[in-house]
Design a protein around this ligand. Structure first.
Ligand code: ADP
Ligand code: ZN
Ligand code: ZN
Length: 660
């Protein structure tokens, strides 16, 4: 009797066998109900075979095979197989996370599908600049696999390059997957794409879509009715029967990295997928990740460059560094920055003050006894949010009312220390009572919808001064914005995290890129106590390549990625000693001795050593050879699975970790 090999959503690295009298290989890729434990589960048929490694008389019969969807294709399984192997994730979990919730339900609806081809563009298309033309001509959607980095300064018209390539792919009857960062996927972008390709069928896929809409869009993509899929990282797994081009916009963006469950990089999976299908992939950014930049410099990716802004009237903003060592600051703001804001107000232009720290103040403290507002569950301070009079932990979300007096000594004179966006907003409003000050951060913008409303207000000129975090740094055009002031940049300069300078530079470049996008000239003022730091020299010169070269040299000398390949084993438990002891055992497993190209460090507590009442430790495995690390990881994982751990201990492996 035929045996179904079924992928189930379980953290186990194996398939599950069931009997199915009438099944055939044509059923591979269909969903199936199967008995599991005392209940039923929905799984995906990965294979239909004749025998089983299990005694066949012990196998249970499968339930109904669902036929409302065409079978998931072979390349989809190939993609899941790759992700499972590369990230040490259970294959069944990878397969099931790729399906929208509605399709994992036990009760199936029904639908059908069709496929358009040879779609053309409509609407106004600007004539390409010379640099854009070179970029568009370099990539041929019909010519097989190739990976390109499109390095274009902010406002250089990267989007137009994407749209022209989309046009070419559609003309060939292919589908396009356009990946964008979480915050950039707005209906405006969807509208823009829809207006350009009115017949293409454009669908979006992101985590905030209602369940039904997500299922509808996923079906349209999989069924081929939609030729353009605009999505955030989760959309990289969508099976697309005619996929002909992948574009990753703002490829450096942290939101392409999934930070829980299966910890994967959608950008890196994108490159694998393009290679698997023999199609081009284009990664675009003004500030590429150093990994991607190194790939482009090393010739593994083609490099396409846009040096000029697309709008000939718009020039790159003039960046100036303000040496705050010689200045009197009021609430952290320097005199020249205040004067510059005043000038913009007088001219009816917008200013943006960038401070990447939300809340009123990062901590509340008692000067009498030294008490500070610590989170009881995390190794972190509780941030003061004056607007709703709460102390809030930005890591675990727990919160309290602001105490009237010091909880330790009863002193009523407790003070906020440092400043966040709320405090800055209040102070700027006092300084410029006639101005409309608008704060943009995770507290004022909690959903996609609120973000859209906020963008509309800014575009509609409803704000004179914007105060915001990195939310404001992302690729949006604010035509009246001519001044950007950046505060608090120094914290990242000497951070223990060696990726901090890369992130800071990208943030400052991106936020600076908001200024002077239209005819009005832009100016950027960065406050620092270290005006001679090379990072600022590169920023003033708009010299990403110079900055990247210096950073890569440092990393090469230190043996950091991209010159080394890493995987992190993390363990969390109610007490740190348990986590560390577990990691220590993992660090001494016999299998390690068989892999001499992999180096295992000592277990250490994580930088955020305690989160939501769990203590967290980590253990780094590193190699100069990617294949050596990849050969080691599955064997190490299996050995770790065999270890006895305290019942409350949880562990996972993260490949290519970004945070430590
Ligand atoms: P980027 O994504 O590189 O920051 P955008 O694609 O947002 O840049 O383009 C910046 C601005 O230039 C937009 O207003 C866009 O409409 C305009 N633009 C892009 N390409 C051209 C072109 N070839 N001619 C004129 N304007 C263009
Ligand atoms: Zn006190
Ligand atoms: Zn906390």
């Amino acid at each position: 009797m035929p045996v179904l090999r079924v992928a189930l959503d379980l953290p186990l690295h194996r398939l599950f066998d069931y009997l199915a009298e009438t099944a055939s290989v044509a059923d591979v890729g269909l969903r199936v109900r199967v008995p599991f434990g005392r209940g039923e589960k929905l799984g995906v048929i990965v294979d239909v075979v004749d025998g089983s490694d299990w005694p066949v008389d012990q196998l249970k019969p499968a339930g109904e095979i669902l036929r409302d969807l065409p079978p998931l294709p072979r390349d989809f399984f190939g993609l899941c197989e790759f992700a499972s192997t590369y990230y040490q994730a259970a294959f069944g979990e990878v397969v099931m996370q790729a399906l929208p919730v509605g399709l994992k339900r036990i009760d199936p609806p029904t639908r059908r599908n069709g496929r358009p081809a040879g779609i053309s563009a409509a609407g106004r298309r600007p004539a390409l600049t010379a640099e854009q033309t070179v970029a568009v001509e370099a990539i041929d959607p019909a010519a097989g696999f190739s990976a390109y980095l499109l390095h274009g300064v902010t406002g250089s018209g990267k989007t137009e390059v994407y749209l022209r390539l989309v046009e070419q792919a559609l003309a060939l009857g292919r589908q396009v997957l356009l990946l964008v960062p979480e915050i950039n996927l707005t209906p405006q972008l969807e509208e823009r794409v829809r207006a350009r390709f009115p017949e293409a069928g454009v669908v979006s896929l992101h985590s905030e879509l209602a369940e039904a809409a997500r299922e509808r869009n996923w079906r349209a993509a999989f069924g081929g009715e939609a030729s353009i899929v605009l999505g955030t990282r989760l959309s990289i797994f969508t099976p697309l029967p005619r996929l002909g081009l992948i574009v990753v916009d703002e490829e450096h963006d942290a939101s392409f990295k999934q930070q829980d469950g299966m910890r994967y990089s959608a950008r890196d999976i994108g490159v694998f997928r393009a290679r698997q299908l023999g199609i081009p992939i284009l990664l675009g950014s003004a500030t590429p990740s150093l990994e991607t930049w190194a790939n482009a410099q090393g010739g593994r990716y083609g490099l396409l460059t846009l040096r000029e802004r697309a709008n000939p009237e718009a020039r790159l903003p003039a960046v100036h560094v303000l040496d705050t060592r010689r200045m009197v600051l009021k609430e952290g703001v320097s005199e020249p920055l205040i004067a510059a804001i005043k000038e913009r107000l007088a001219r009816g232009e917008q200013s943006l003050v960038f401070l990447n720290r939300r809340g009123y103040a990062p901590v509340l403290a008692c000067p009498a006894c030294g008490w500070v507002s610590r989170c009881t569950r995390c190794a972190a301070n509780m941030v003061l949010h004056l607007a709703d009079r709460r102390l809030r932990c930005h890591h675990c979300g727990c919160e309290h009312r602001v105490p009237k007096a010091c909880p330790t000594c009863g002193n009523q004179d407790i003070h906020p220390f440092g400043r966040g966006t709320q405090r800055l907003e209040g102070w700027l409003q006092e300084q410029f009572p006639e101005a409309r000050v608008l704060r943009v951060d995770r507290d004022s913008v909690k959903s996609r919808k609120q973000w859209e409303v906020m963008l509309e207000r800014i575009h509609g000129g409803e704000a004179d001064i914007l105060v915001g975090t990195q939310m404001l740094a992302k690729g949006h055009d604010f035509p009246k914005l001519t001044l950007v002031g950046a505060l608090g940049a120094d914290a990242a300069l000497f951070a223990a995290d060696w990726r901090a300078p890369e992130r800071l530079f990208a943030q400052l470049m991106q936020v600076a890129g908001r200024a002077g996008r239209a005819e009005l000239k832009g100016e950027v003022l960065v406050q620092t106590q270290y005006p001679d730091h090379p990072l600022f020299a590169a920023l003033v010169a708009h010299d990403y390549p110079g900055f990247a070269a210096a950073q890569l040299k440092e990393r090469e000398q230190a043996g950091f990625p991209p010159y080394a390949f890493q995987a992190m084993l993390r363990a969390e438990a109610p007490v740190m000693a348990d986590a560390i002891a577990f990691l220590k055992t993992a660090a001494e497993l016999p299998v390690i001795a068989e892999h001499d190209k992999v180096f295992i460090y000592d277990p250490v507590p994580m930088k955020m050593a305690r989160l939501a009442n769990l203590e967290r430790g980590q253990l780094l495995a590193e190699s100069h050879s990617r294949p050596a690390l990849q050969a080691f990881l599955p064997r190490w994982r299996e050995a770790i699975e065999g270890l006895k751990a305290p019942s409350k201990l949880r562990w996972h492996i993260e490949v290519d970790p970004l945070e430590f």
